[in-house]
Design a protein around this ligand. Structure first.
Ligand code: SF4
Length: 439
């Protein structure tokens, strides 16, 4: 009898999570069993994150723990590339293999090499659930449409880690989406580094899905995904002119009226220093035009304050942008240098107290916007996707809320509901970020 037990630790962002899911799916297909404790596992796979220094530290801690608790470790993910890979290899000879992100075949190959296993022939034992093995709750799933990025934002090292954009063929993406929906997924979260660039690397090549030609392009992908009848949410979109064509699909209810656009700043000077894609686009005009077509559109974005060289005037431009754009959901980070990123070496770094002070002012402006926007929803009846049920209480999300990063809707008298249910309820109260609904 060959042993087949593998431990798995998954760290990092939703994109890393998708990598983990793919590796786990393949291991299950190959007859391995995923076990939750170090002592039961023959070997442990650690999927790392190398985006910022604290994530790297967390990854190194996880690797060290796996070495001491188990002793046979395979490392993969963002930290397994470049100079960090050497740091990891130097940790211990018990690290058997180190690979970078999206190295599914190599990781699975290493597991086969160090834990040789002949799958049993009992189809009941080796049966993989049709949706694959997922780490997210059953009712929503991330759908990764490409790897890498063609941009070179000065604060980001993702292109160094993951390389240029490589789009997954549209037929493959649609197959995966279909499998997920058939397995009960009610919400697909489309992710990549730049969703609006989907297909650009393969010249929007036409693929065939269910015998029908489909271009590998954002619009065709949205049209096709919309046919599944589940929530389709777009992340990491840039405000290029061709994104205009997606808005009518939202207005018609084909995909969710939600766009996650990382604007990062409102000052043209800072955006130029950041080397942001679509920095020259007239974002505010575009937002106004989109809202005319789709008044329910929810916009989420992230911003960086205290970028090197950001003056008080630049910062005020950012606040003006915020006030005018009236975004629904906003995250804000204080700039922190990342090893290897060009921005880390820029002159005129902003002192920490100044960053904190600007962050406070930024958050105060956005908090007021968010409060007003959510108050406007009181009295409306909206659709809610239920995430958790605990006794009489349930927590769900509206179409304006992506899991983990946006707000929530709290419901009472909800004991008959289950995660994944889609319900309609009237909003009865709101605070700065969340909503309450009654049946
Ligand atoms: S668009 Fe910019 S921030 Fe985003 S992954 Fe590409 S280089 Fe990094």
């Amino acid at each position: 009898m060959s042993s087949n037990k593998v431990g798995f630790i998954s760290l990092g962002c939703p994109k890393a999570l998708v990598d983990s899911e793919r590796i786990l799916t393949q291991l299950k297909i190959d007859g391995y069993e995923i076990v939750p404790t170090y002592e039961d596992a023959e070997i442990v796979v650690v999927n790392t994150c190398g985006f910022i220094d604290s994530a790297k530290r967390e990854s190194l801690d996880a690797i060290s723990e796996a070495i001491s608790e188990n002793g046979r470790v395979i490392v993969t993910g963002c930290m397994g590339k470049g100079s960090d890979a050497q740091t990891i290899k130097a940790l211990s000879p018990k690290i058997l293999s180190v690979t970078g992100p999206a190295a599914y075949e190599e990781v699975v190959g290493a597991v086969h090499q160090y834990v040789p296993h002949t799958p049993s022939h009992d189809p009941l034992c080796d049966l993989v659930p049709p949706q694959g093995v997922k780490l997210t709750p059953r009712h929503y799933a991330y759908l990764k449409i490409s790897e890498g990025c063609n941009h070179r934002c000065s604060f980001c090292i993702i292109p160094d880690l993951r390389g240029d954009l490589v789009s997954r063929p549209i037929a493959e993406v649609m197959e995966e989406a279909q499998r997920l929906v058939r397995a009960g997924v009610r919400e697909l979260l489309v992710i990549s580094q730049d969703t609006s660039a989907y297909g650009v690397d393969i010249k929007y090549r036409t693929g065939f899905w269910n015998g029908r030609p489909l271009k590998t392009r954002m619009q065709e992908l949205c049209e096709a995904l919309g046919e599944f009848g589940v929530w389709v949410r777009l992340h990491y979109v840039y405000p290029y002119p061709h994104v205009d064509a997606i808005i009518p699909l939202m207005a018609q209810g084909h995909i969710l009226p939600y766009l996650d656009i990382p604007f990062q700043h409102g000052s043209p000077t800072v955006l130029a220093q950041m080397k942001r894609p679509a920095a020259a686009e007239k974002s505010l005009d575009r937002i106004e035009a989109w809202r005319k077509i789709c008044p329910d559109l929810s916009l989420r974005s992230t911003f960086i304050v205290g970028f090197p060289g950001e003056t008080e005037e630049d910062f005020n431009l950012l606040l003006d942008f915020l006030s005018e754009a009236q975004l629904d959901r906003v995250g804000c980070f204080q700039f922190s240098p990342v090893e290897g990123a060009k921005a880390s070496a820029l002159p005129n770094q902003v002192p920490d107290e100044e960053k904190q002070e600007r962050w406070n002012r930024f958050m105060a402006v956005q908090q007021q916007i968010s409060r007003t926007k959510l108050q406007d929803k009181v009295g409306q009846t909206i659709e809610i996707l239920i995430d958790e049920v605990d006794g009489q209480d349930a927590i769900g999300r509206s179409t304006a809320d992506a899991p983990e990063i946006d707000g929530r809707v709290f419901l009472d008298n909800a004991s008959d509901l289950n995660p994944g249910d889609l319900v309609k309820a009237q909003i009865t109260a709101a605070d700065d970020y969340d909503l309450w609904a009654g049946g």
